[in-house]
Ligand binder design. Sequence first.
Ligand SMILES: [Fe+2]
Ligand SMILES: [Fe+2]
Length: 446
Amino acid sequence: MFEQIESAFRSIVSAMQIAQLYTTAHPRFSKFLDKAYDELQAILKSQSELVFGIVNGELAYGKEIFFDLSKNLSLAIMRLQQKGVERISFYRGLEKKELAKFIEYLAAPKDEIKKEIEEFLIFSGVKNISAGRIKSDGASNKSASEDKDSRSNLYEASSQNVSRTLQDVLSDEGVDYLNLRFTLSTVMENLITNFEEFIKLTTIKRYNLGTFTHSLNVSILSMFFSSKLHFVKDDVLEIGIAALFHDLGKLHISNKIINKPGRLTDEEFAKMQSHTIIGAEVLLKHVNTLGILPVVVSYEHHLRFGSSGYPKLTFFKEPHVASMIVAICDVYDALYQKRNYKNNFSPDLIYDIMLKEREKVFDPKLLDKFFSMMGVWPVGAIVSLSDKRIAVVREQNEDDIWSPKVEVISPAEAKEKIDLKEKKGQLKIEFALNPWVEGKEYLALI
Ligand SMILES: [Fe+2]
Ligand SMILES: [Fe+2]
């Protein structure tokens, strides 16, 4: 029975993901809807109702908690919670069109259906499903800090999903493409609705060397960048997926070489460079699910504008635009993780380094566009101003990349929002603080 219930929930989630990524008209939607419906019917034959609960992000049935399932479906569960669904009851007599309505509600963007779930179900004539929050007293008025927490959780959950997918590809297991697309599209939705909060999060996480943090950061940056370049939603997602796998080949190269502090020998350097080809070869095996773009990007992301870089080609070939986008985001994120006498590279130094390579390495127009979007001091950076106050970068001024809008956070009595563009010549940013070292005490304030 337990497996049956688990499987029914999985099918509901799959139908929801299909509806969210495509539409309810997609043939795979009706496939999963049918499956979920049949499974629920089978369960409701032996019991008159089936009640799920979501407690602290875990899916529960009665006193049992589905830990494994909760881990795998953490983003979907988060979505249910965001939609105000913390308990779901299915009753005997359930009709397929009722289930379809319910899933439609779960898949719809937040601002498309303004009604709360209880009201929506009544309004739609759904009698055999009830759903809502576990505690109704004011729980729907989520505080700003709860909202912030849920975005931070989203980043963590995405990071876990991403690492699982990368490992699946490496170990030659089938990729749960639907879940991967769902993960990235949730990230993308958040980038669109609240990119400043989300970019802030990547700015902070960038200093933290998690194994898969770099892959996820490059993917998020590439999606953000390509959406700013007005690519359509589907292409943005494809670029995000390709970006995620850009360094897959590195997982085949010994850590001794990857983490070697000094200069690499010629042999080691050649080995290191081979990650582009190894990655492309591994990804070729997954072309049916992931498409060809990850292969292209893995192969080309170190090819430089004007065909320098590696792998060495015997003919001239300009890299694919997705490879050029990923190359910029990759170098940008990787420079953040470089250490110089124990210190991180500061954002202004990173800008200088990349600008020096403007013509030789990157597509110059793309690079300019990148920095007009990111600014020299990225959103979320904790910075020291020339009057010694500490501030956080809130928003860029696209026409003046050195002078963003900031908010002073310390000293507490001097809190204010300042547009540095308007204070040119009087006030500027002097340097950035590492949010995990000297900037740590301010982390809670941003
Ligand atoms: Fe690479
Ligand atoms: Fe990389």
